[in-house]
Design a protein around this ligand. Structure first.
Ligand code: NAP
Length: 465
């Protein structure tokens, strides 16, 4: 049994790397531990906290973004400090953390987009949904990206909720977008968009679509966009029919997709989103000048695997669809962190239920992970709460067994001094609150939830200036 954490004068010192939902929920669970005296330092590479809630959740999903009120309460606990604008690998290293903390939790999320590996993927106007969503949300890394919205035909590969976010944001009117906290430059670009037709491609059938019912329903409420499914692609094979018959959720999703069935004359709205099923892109075709011109698809049928899952099997039927702009939305991958074991296959940190381990399965005492970089990119914001609890339970088990790092400088002041020496422009939580108030104020002036600052230099200038 370690004495750290059992007395207020020798608190357990924990570093949380990444102030997104997983980081906040981990902090919250630690604070709620009975008989534990803990001091938590949260680090984030951006000055602004909240990870994907600020930079990934679509700007028109303000209700989901309200979870920041919960995070706000956690951050203002006197036993929590926030160090924003401090990047692991740039300002501080894993080795540094070992010198200052008893336990470290990596909650850095999965920052990169998975690739398809098909010809033409690197053409101009072929992007990842990650880039587009970051751009919409004013993430400093993506603010300079350019998307050619003069193109009428857009294809989104994948049919998860991110694909639906992209389709919805591409087809909302300027009036609909103005009610959101979309970055100003994106509002301007989308207000002049000529996008007319967005195809969302699923490699499997309507009974297997990865998106969820509320997000599908929301599409039906768009001011200027018809939603379309093709009757011939809504015909189910026997196994899919059984899925629809036995599972209420799948049935409701299927029925909703079917309610969007094709009307030859449409309802005359200015834009359309067309759901396509059982198709896989095999090539993105050059328009002759190095840009996306069309997409070549191969049709699939479904076959049942030994584990009972239905997987796509290519047929010998092909089709070419018009396409001037492509977004692949087929999931995320973590980015390896210098000095930490990485599971290349799944794109996550090598771990067992949150305990970090070496690539050959040996434990790395005192180091943990939570959120998408622990389990992969799945679930909603709230999924990270039980996930973080699972990790905190392991942390407490280890602490009780005397397993933790042995920092030479466990004092709060010494960690603050390190950060100050490495990154004088670090953001405290009050710094963030100042920026938050400025953004909200700018938003109020325009009748919007907030108008974001999108450049780190500007954030530092207005807060520290
Ligand atoms: P996702 O839900 O895992 O969807 C990925 C999609 O990509 C699926 O349609 C998948 O098809 C397809 N795909 C994967 N590999 C492919 C390939 N090689 N070729 C063609 N298609 C491929 O991932 P996501 O949309 O990125 O979302 C990540 C998580 O965030 C999800 O849990 C999602 O629900 C959540 N999220 C929630 C919200 C919300 O609550 N409003 C918003 C955004 C995201 P298969 O199904 O055939 O594998």
């Amino acid at each position: 049994m370690s004495h750290f954490g059992s007395r207020p004068e020798s608190p357990l010192r924990v570093a949380i790397i990444g102030a997104g939902p997983a980081g906040f929920y981990t902090t919250d669970h630690l604070l709620k531990e009975k008989n534990l005296f803990v001091e938590v330092d949260m680090f984030d590479r951006l000055p602004t906290p909240f990870g994907l809630v600020r930079a990934g959740v679509a700007p028109d999903h303000q209700k989901i973004k309200k979870v920041t009120r919960v995070f706000d309460r956690i951050a203002q606990n006197p036993h929590v400090r926030y160090f924003g604008n401090v990047e692991l690998g740039k300002h501080i290293s894993v080795e540094d953390l070992h010198h200052y903390y008893h336990q470290i939790v990596y909650t850095v999320g999965t920052a990169s987009a998975r690739k398809l590996g098909i010809p033409g993927e690197a053409l101009m106007h072929s992007h990842s949904a990650t880039e587009f969503v970051g751009w919409l949300n004013g993430h400093p890394d993506y603010r300079h990206f350019q998307f050619d919205l003069s193109r009428e035909h857009v294809t989104i590969i994948g049919m998860g909720n991110v694909a639906l976010d992209v389709a919805r944001m591409l087809t909302k009117t300027a009036d609909e977008l103005r009610k959101t906290d979309i970055a100003n430059y994106a509002l301007d670009a989308l207000s002049h968009s000529r996008v007319r037709e967005v195809r969302v491609l699923a490699r499997r059938g309507p009974a297997q679509a990865a998106c969820t019912i509320p997000e599908l329903r929301e599409l039906g409420e768009l001011d200027a966009t018809d939603i379309i499914t093709l009757p011939q692609e809504m015909i189910l094979d026997d196994a899919s029919r059984e899925m629809v018959d036995v599972d209420g959720q799948t049935r409701r999703k299927f029925n909703m997709l079917q309610s969007y069935s094709y009307e030859p004359n449409g309802s005359g709205k200015q834009r359309r989103i067309i759901f396509r099923f059982l198709v896989s892109p095999v090539e993105i075709i050059d328009d002759g000048s190095g840009g996306v011109g069309a997409m070549h698809l191969q049709k699939n049928s479904l076959t049942m695997r030994a584990d009972g899952s239905l997987r796509p099997e290519p047929t010998d039927e092909f089709e070419t669809i018009p396409s001037g702009l492509v977004f692949r939305s087929i999931g995320y991958r973590g980015v390896p962190i210098n000095g930490l074991p990485f599971n290349q296959r799944y794109g996550i940190l090598q771990n067992t239920v949150g305990r970090l381990e070496t690539s050959d399965g040996k434990p790395r005492p005192g180091e943990y992970t939570a959120g998408w970089i622990k389990r992969g990119p799945s679930g909603i914001v709230g999924t990270n709460k039980p996930d973080a609890l699972e990790t905190v339970k392991r942390m407490m088990e280890d602490l009780r067994a005397g397993i933790h790092l042995s920092p030479v400088n466990p004092g709060i002041e010494s960690a603050t001094a390190l950060v100050l020496a490495r990154q004088p422009n670090y953001f405290t939580y009050p710094d963030w609150k100042k920026l938050d108030a400025l953004e909200t104020e700018r938003g109020q002036a325009q009748g919007r939830p907030r108008v974001k600052f999108t450049s780190i230099e500007e954030m530092v200038a207005v807060v520290k200036g």
